[in-house]
Ligand binder design. Sequence first.
Ligand SMILES: [Mg+2]
Length: 389
Amino acid sequence: MGSSPEYTYYLMNENKPTEISDLGEFGLIDRLTRDFPLKNESSKLGVGDDAAILEYPEKDVLVTTDLLLEGIHFDVRYVPLKHLGYKAAIVNFSDIYAMNGTPRQITVSLGVSSRFTLEHIEAIYSGIRLACEIYGVDLVGGDTSASVTGLVISVTCIGDVEKGKAVRRSGAKPTDLICVSGDLGAAYMGLQLLERENRVGAAAGPDFQPNFAGKEYILERQLKPEARRDIVALLRDKGVTPTSMMDVSDGLSSELLHICKSSDVGCRVYEDKIPIDYQTALMAEELNMNLVTAAMNGGEDYELLFTVPLADLKKVETMNGVHIIGYLTKPDLGAALVTRDGGELPIRAQGWNAFAGSNAQQADVSPKENGSEGEDQKEKSSEDAETKE
Ligand SMILES: [Mg+2]
């Protein structure tokens, strides 16, 4: 945006939110989609015509889409809009990486209720832009519409993979090793923390300051997840081709069962091998929650779950950020968690499910006043955290 006259005007008037209706649909699209220079060779034409033009010679093309609804998937009372935009993009990139691919383009569609001003929408787009810059993805289209129920964000991502090299859920075999990147359960604990502080804050009144000291990691895992392109690159570098792969969005249990079903295998996963961060463990203790249940079923980790042939043991054993958590069996042995005392618990899909609807209340509240305030709040809270440490 730099020092364009328009931007100066915006700065001068930042206390006066801009009604979206003042800009008109095309004005809004212009405003939102500038500053998205095309980076990928496959992006022949971006925003500005009836459709984008993409060119993928000699590649397999991957397409994934994700719909986020206010009150179901996010709550604007404690999710800064910039982070929401970032996450909406990242979760789609993660699905492309989970196919062993590279994300190249996204389209973004928004449904916006009248509570939201231009500055709010720009905050969402600033998060999307940041994600696109970091991951080298082009914004090539989208749509905006008025919504009567709340904020709706739909992102579609297009990616590519060398012909025949996409990794599906269905290629795993008995005796394959089960691997997972990073650590699990932190995003779920971050959400529990945000919900708790929001409840306490609502009861305590406007002077309430949430205390996030020592909990920065779990907050970041919830509010600003990353997609594991580094792991996909590492596997390629080491010459390891996973037999199956998924990203952990609904929880490890749920993803494991998907692989077992698609590949017609069973599995044994060791409780003591599941990677869990110290902050996650502390938070679970503070909230009196079962840590392993949180790690198995929490979801939103956006780590990669993959299987490799036993012959690759030596290679994956030494990979930074990769943990071997179990192995695949014949299907008739079922899916089970091997507990610390050697017992077996059947793995069930208890992953967080938007359709269950128990926590799905429509948030009838105003989003944060201006577009950048959300970020300021996040920064403020981490400043607080630092000073209290
Ligand atoms: Mg996925």
